[in-house]
Design a binder for this molecule. Sequence first.
Ligand code: 5RP
Length: 234
Amino acid sequence: MTAAEPLPIDARKQAAAMAALELVEDGMQLGLGTGSTVEHLLAAIAARGLDVSGVPTSEATEAYCRELGIRLLHPSEVERLDLAIDGADELDRALTATKGGGGALLREKVVAAMAERFVVIATTDKLIDRLGDGFPLPIEVVPFAEAPVTRRLRDRGYEVRLRTAGEGPAVVTDNGNHLLDARMVGGIEDPAVEELWIAALPGVVECGLFVDLVDQALLADEQGRVLSLEPEPS
Ligand code: 5RP
């Protein structure tokens, strides 16, 4: 018997999104993540005609929701969200995630922290042992502080690059800031310690480590089967 052909990556993202769709109920106020995996979810919410509203985590998600007719909320209009669903760049067995590959980490973290339940949708290849090596950690900084923050990160052992649009200028986030992509060779030893250390650097707005925020991960494997994971103690 020959092994089945692996599904294309986009079909796997769709499978994870479809699993998350089963968690969405009429009347819910949602946190609406950013990225290609979440786009499948948003399209499915609209196609199913679910009566939900949500806080978008980026201008891109906001624009797509408008196109789809999904009702939008501002964080000031809601005390708690029933459920937030978002993608991730990497996550470990404790379900600590790195996010911000799409540059939306700040609003993503605000929204995740507003939710009763935060669910990550992704593919199984994003589950790794140590964060910060394969996929550099995105850090949002005010442009004025870019150089001193870069120096402090380098002193701590990170390889740091300012995110640019190709050979062009620095990427500007939805909040008017810049992004540093910080790689730690061998991975980050203790993400909780690192999140606090990075957050304490003057000029850092937020970093893409999501510690103790993810309640569940729905991860699609190469055959489109979806594994449901809950945090393992680290
Ligand atoms: C955006 C993010 C995304 O959730 C992350 O980059 C995953 O994206 P995709 O679903 O396209 O793989 O953190 O800031």
